[in-house]
Design a protein around this ligand. Structure first.
Ligand code: SAM
Length: 231
């Protein structure tokens, strides 16, 4: 029932690493490169939107006491919103606000912020930012590395402005960023300069469900500190 195989990657990463989508204070999740919508389905399911509870979450919920442990209930009112951005059109999903736009275009980030403000958090801050964006591989390693780097920089720029910190109104913990990238030494520099100093913890993850030959990996960045802006 998921629209993509990627949904299982997200479920695996979330389950093995801090269950970062299941915290009760996760109200606004930005899903970048969201089409066809597998990740958005997973997140909306965790938020309790009816009809979007994935098979995985459903089987984990099992009996009612279990449901309580997972903080989920089939009839629970929705408690958050997913903002899904992609260049491609996406079929609607309950609880998901879709924006068909190129994330690398300068006008896109302000639109996403406006949606967060209108739909979830008045301060325009996201609680979690997910990016599964990938440019089409050309086979030319230099060009593909550059595309991945461009995407990482655009996501970081957005994150630095719009991910909640522990100082955001009413928040105790900084937000979470999950960022897909291609494995390459230049990308390690990116991690070192932008991610490591700005998060309490940065993990490299290669999900089991990711094809082993693929050069993609994910950074899971937990506890946004925003050192760059505040110091
Ligand atoms: N996570 C998705 C899911 O579970 O269904 C799959 C995402 S797919 C691997 C990567 C997506 O990134 C593609 O749909 C592509 O259109 C999108 N993408 C790549 N570059 C983009 C950009 N600059 N702006 C918006 N979307 C982009």
């Amino acid at each position: 029932q998921y629209r993509s195989r990627s949904a299982f990657k997200l479920l695996e990463m979330e389950d093995h690493h801090h269950r970062f989508l299941r915290a009760p204070d996760v109200r606004a999740v930005v899903d970048l490169g969201a089409a066809p919508g597998g990740w958005s389905q997973v997140v909306a399911g965790f938020m309790g939107w009816r009809g979007e509870m994935g098979a995985h979450a459903r089987s984990k919920r099992g009996s009612e006491p279990d449901a309580g442990r997972w903080g989920l209930s089939l009839d629970a009112p929705s408690r958050g919103v997913v903002i899904a951005v992609d260049r491609l059109r996406m079929a609607p999903i309950p609880g998901v606000h879709t924006l068909q736009a190129d994330f690398l275009a300068p006008e896109t980030a302000p639109m996403v912020e406006a949606i967060i403000r209108a739909k979830a958090n008045l301060d325009g801050k996201a609680d979690v930012i997910l990016s599964d964006m990938a440019a089409n591989a050309t086979g030319n390693s230099t060009r593909d590395t550059q595309s991945s780097l461009d995407i990482c920089h655009a996501v970081w720029d957005f994150t630095s402005r719009h991910l909640r910190t522990a100082h955001s109104i009413g928040r105790k913990r900084g937000g979470v960023l999950l960022l897909k990238h291609f494995e390459h030494p230049e990308l390690l520099q990116f991690r070192k300069f932008y991610l490591n100093p700005n998060f309490h913890n940065v993990l490299y993850i290669k999900p089991d469900s990711s094809r082993s030959a693929s050069r993609e990996g994910y950074w899971l960045c937990i506890g946004f500190k925003d050192v760059t802006r505040t110091s």
